[in-house]
Ligand binder design. Sequence first.
Ligand code: TXA
Ligand code: MG
Length: 348
Amino acid sequence: HTEYFVVDKDHPDQGVLGQAAELLKQGKLVAFPTETVYGLGANGLDEKAVANIYVAKGRPSDNPLILHISHIEELKQLVAHIPNNAKVLMNAYWPGPLTIVFRRAAIVPDIVTGGLETVGIRLPDSVVARELIALAGTPIAAPSANISGRPSPTNAQAVLVDLEGKIDAVVDAGNCQIGVESTVIDCTTPVPTLLRPGGVTLEMLMETLGEVEMDPILSGSFELAPRSPGMKYTHYAPDAPMVLVEGEYPQVLELLLKEVSAALTEGKRVGALISGQTADKLPVGTIPFVYGMRENVEEIAANLYLALRNYDDHSVDVIFAEGISEEGLGLAVMNRLRKASGYRIIKG
Ligand code: TXA
Ligand code: MG
């Protein structure tokens, strides 16, 4: 049985959050909102509790978890060293959608780091997340609260679709604001290395740090040994196979229409994950999901996982997705779409 708590996003009831925090203290699993996506939380210093996260999600045990803290003071006990670059990033972007990878302290259990000598730490901006962590009185290990390989949940309903009955509770505070996961940056390298694009954009990191290395996997060469273990697994995938169509407008539109028409002609049921610009141009018979206007990347990011989960209820044979520009948050959106497509990509 999964307990269900509802709180206000900005002024959560302390009594209700206290009940959820009590479950975390007892070693139970509690899904909770952050500004990026919903996380599946457990006491990050309790090996048994953390082990249950992997079981509930069906997650490979070599894929490390992020430790979430409620106050910057909690960082010191968890890491061996705080490099200067990390201090600069913390000042600029914490609390917020940025996970920083540090050398770990001995107190961090192996099960959290997947055996690595490093640990990813994040101080979320969400008031609900921070107050819950503070009430639990311990760092909270939390991956996204989905079955491994599925799109991340951006509301409590999506959490329950995947994990109802498998976790002890969910705290519902409505939709997540950003909609894609935090940026992951490794500060153990001389020049910080971007491992996962997210809410803090590459442009923002460059502006703050001067230089940033890109992990080779981000340029699509996914055969290379991944530095972030999570990179090698299938991710965010809808139930039906998805093909990503990349390019600038209107070339991307022409290519998308050609592919959709060909699939319809073959008698397939076709889904199309598209922009507002494309919405009225699709052939009859296509099952569309509009993720937002091309120029509004914040809106697209916020709708992305709803869009990928939308086709779970339709029996489509194939989904074609319209790619967008990689500027700003667009890099994170395109990274998730490429992974969700299993790198089935057509370029204009
Ligand atoms: O926005 C987020 O980051 C959400 C919310 C709940 O905070 N969490 C999240 O966790 O997305 P998860 O487990 O789904 O993704 C964490 C990513 C994985 O790709 C993992 O491999 C990477 O961070 N990661 C964690 N610790 C790492 C480490 N020590 N070194 C390299 N990569 C690490
Ligand atoms: Mg995840």
